[in-house]
Design a protein around this ligand. Sequence first.
Ligand code: F6P
Length: 319
Amino acid sequence: MSIAIMCSGGDAPGMNPAVKHFVDYVLSKNLTPYLIYDGLEGLIDDNIKLATYSDVAGIMHLGGTKIRSSRSKRFFDYEYRKKAFENLQKKQIDKIVVLGGDGSFRAMNQFYKDFGVSFVGIPSTIDNDIFGTDYCLGVDTALNTIRGAIDAVRDTSSSFKRGCVIETMGRDCGYLALISAITSGAEICLIPEVCFDLKSITKRLKEEVKNGRTYIVCIVSEGTKMTSQMVDILENEICMETRATILGHIQRGGNPTVFDRLMAVEFVTNSVDKLLDGCDGLVVVYKNSKFEFVSIDYVNSGKYTIKQELLQLANRLYK
Ligand code: F6P
């Protein structure tokens, strides 16, 4: 029996440990592992290779993904999906583990409906924005990268009595910004999920500066598009020289943390076992500290929301 693995959409730290464990685990079961390079684009272009131990040796500690990833427009087109199916047929692959986000799972579900190719999805994105799971592969590493960056920016901001506005990724999800603000001791946190009150933030900070605060750390999620406005407020209303730091793609790279390596191994083991049990069209989720399976339709039926208790922890940072 042949099983393949593929990364799709934005890469996330932990994908390499997942790919390595996939090959080792499938070989240990005397099955045949395949690597689909370049995501859905590679599936269409037949960039699918039989895997050996040596293909995945020495990648456990590396960020990114050795088998690369892509966001494919062509896969929306039935003709290209047919081509992808024929490529798999040639190699007798009828089961795939897909590391990606909900867009990738939706694409694979269509593929499954078209041709019956079984798949199990592993939620993988630094955004932590997939409905049905508390955790997506890569989030812990991204948070630690952000922590390092905030700590470093704080060093220079405090030395210069400056404000710093640090923008995190996350698309429309404020999870990265929220957790980073709570764990870095920031003064302000702006995320799309919350109605922040700029007037009251300004009033509070003026008071704090009057009482001796010498620098300000403000964490802004990219989804709010508030970075430059926040710099203006700190400069013009709080009268504090301020610099903006947009963390950008450094958040996506870097060596996966121990937690992400372990999660990768567990996500993959669960996925392969489920495929071998004859189940498919599922996503393996991590919910209330347990691995479970939910249908792809379920994952696509809702929008991820950050737990109220977490939002509550940063209550004073929004006003
Ligand atoms: O979904 C992951 C992510 O890194 C988002 O946080 C970000 O908005 C987006 O991808 C960036 O996409 P790209 O790498 O295509 O610029």
